[in-house]
Design a protein around this ligand. Structure first.
Ligand code: NDP
Length: 466
């Protein structure tokens, strides 16, 4: 039985960091503004000798936008949390100080590791189960480990501290509303499930192209690249939601079992020169702004050959999907921002003789943020009614009331692990991409080039419009 005891204290390790300032605190502010996390205590910790005032200013700054829109209850809750927050200077890698801090906090505590991954790992290694307040939840950011082996080691360390359902491996890419939109679309509509398989679907593309370049993030990104940063984590989760078999319930056990099952059936098949592509952007123009060559960006080591655009074909080897390519692609500095899954159906077995025009395959597009559904169908054209034309049925799906990190935090604070990646799945996602990473490091797949602001290297099939 999942422990749903509400967290009393949120301890953010890495309080001075980028994630905390840009995503966590604004996400928390939005949640508090709804009045749904009243009574929470926020504690920040970091290795910097910050004064209480410095931390308070950071919190106030991040809460300001939400406070200006909140009703009286939301405002009260934001003021209470900001007014009672404290900051502690702690080296979390040392044996003792973090445990001492935990001893002073009211439990259950959620410990958010907003730290560089190797620091988080070290911090977990120096902790012991008996030092954690009852009901402690551990919140781990991506990347979870640097490969299957290290993810397994990290899982083992975490298992010595808390039960698996108290570990939240955050994947903020799909908020709760988007996950439920996909599941609702697939399993609450009778007409889709009978055609959701290899007999009717030709291919599935999952694309996350950004119209942003490196934006000063070389320190992290140059050691990661598009395959590790986006595909290994976020896009494989989307694949799982699109490919899984219907769970009996939306409870975390059923849903996460279904996700794990479909990912276990997934691989990228060799030869990788056929099933994968990689590229790096060169100088160009993005949204009217000149962008330098990736290798000229500060902090980039050109010899690493880091890809800024990656595409892999994942095979899901089960009865439903055998032979259907799932093409996962993500890139930076692409001319047109695209965050969508495109399901392309097979052509009709026979088009009645007499129709003219283009018989294009049906496509279902699921856009993520904003969540939009678009079904492209062939209809009789205007004028000559024998000529086929294209029509798009478009629906905007309900927008969530919280930012993605607000949804993530709500799940953590209320003990709902639905949006957290389970330990076995975190390992499996590395198992899927690691052979590709090894092959790329041996140079078996050429590193192609594309101009910043273009659609990608010429000839890549999943290129959209620039
Ligand atoms: P930053 O480098 O901006 O911040 C890291 C924080 O860790 C700093 O506050 C730093 O404090 C603290 N820290 C480092 N060493 C110690 C230590 N020994 N003891 C206590 N605190 C320490 O990193 P980010 O915020 O960008 O990233 C944090 C995590 O979130 C990473 O795992 C990253 O992969 C993940 N992530 C980040 C995203 C982002 O957009 N930034 C998006 C998704 C995930 P100090 O400065 O005082 O040393």
């Amino acid at each position: 039985m999942t422990d749903k005891t509400t967290v009393k204290t949120l301890l953010i390790l890495g309080a001075s960091g980028d994630l905390t300032g840009r995503l966590l605190l604004p996400g928390l502010a939005g949640l508090l503004a709804t009045g749904r996390a009243a009574g929470l205590r926020l504690v920040g910790a970091g290795s910097d000798p910050w004064t209480p005032d410095q931390w308070r200013k950071r919190v106030d700054g991040a809460f300001a936008a939400a406070a200006s829109k909140a009703d009286a209850t939301g405002k009260k809750s934001l003021t209470a949390v900001a007014g009672s927050t404290s900051y502690h200077q702690v080296d979390v890698t040392a044996d003792g100080p973090l445990a001492d801090l935990l001893g002073q906090l009211e439990g259950p505590v959620a410990i958010y590791f907003a730290l560089p991954p190797h620091i988080s790992q070290k911090a977990c290694e120096v902790l012991r189960r008996e030092q954690l307040p009852t009901g402690t939840r551990l919140v781990m950011e991506k990347p979870f480990g640097s490969g299957e082996e290290s993810a397994r080691e990290l899982n083992k360390t975490l298992a010595t501290l808390v039960p698996e359902d108290h570990v939240h491996r955050v994947d903020h890419f799909l908020g709760k509303a988007t996950v439920l939109n996909i599941l609702g679309l697939r399993f609450a509509n009778r007409f889709l499930e009978p055609v959701w398989n290899r007999n009717h679907i030709e291919k599935v593309e999952i694309v996350f192209d950004e119209d942003l370049a490196l934006e000063g993030r070389a320190r992290y990104y140059d050691g990661a690249g598009a395959l590790r940063d986006m595909i290994q984590s976020h896009l494989l989760q989307v694949l799982a939601l699109l490919a899984l078999d219907a769970p009996a319930t939306l409870h975390e056990r059923d849903l996460r079992d279904a996700i794990a099952t479909v990912l276990r059936a997934s691989t990228v098949k060799a030869p990788y020169a056929k099933s994968t592509r990689r590229a790096r952007y060169s100088a160009g123009t993005l949204g009217g702004r000149a962008v330098p060559d990736y290798t000229a960006e500060e902090g980039v080591d050109a010899a690493r050959n880091t890809e800024t655009l990656a595409e892999v074909e994942v095979s899901v080897d089960n009865w439903r999907w055998q032979g259907v390519p799932f093409i996962l692609r993500s890139g930076k500095a692409i001319g047109r921002k695209r965050k969508e899954a495109v399901i392309t159906f097979r052509p009709v077995p026979h088009l009645p003789t007499g129709f003219s025009g283009v018989d294009s395959p049906n496509q279902l597009r699921i856009g993520f943020g904003p969540d939009v559904l678009e079904l492209d169908v062939d209809v009789n054209g205007p004028g000559d009614i024998f000529s086929l034309d294209r029509a798009s049925l478009v629906a905007e799906l309900n927008a969530p009331d919280l930012l993605p990190y607000g949804e993530v935090l709500e799940g953590i604070l209320t003990g709902d692990p639905l949006l957290s990646v389970r330990g076995d799945t975190a390992e499996d996602c590395w198992r899927i991409v690691e052979p590709v990473l090894r092959s790329w490091s041996r140079g078996t797949v050429p590193l192609e080039s594309y101009d910043a602001g273009s659609a990608g290297p010429a000839g890549w099939p999943a290129n959209g419009d620039a």
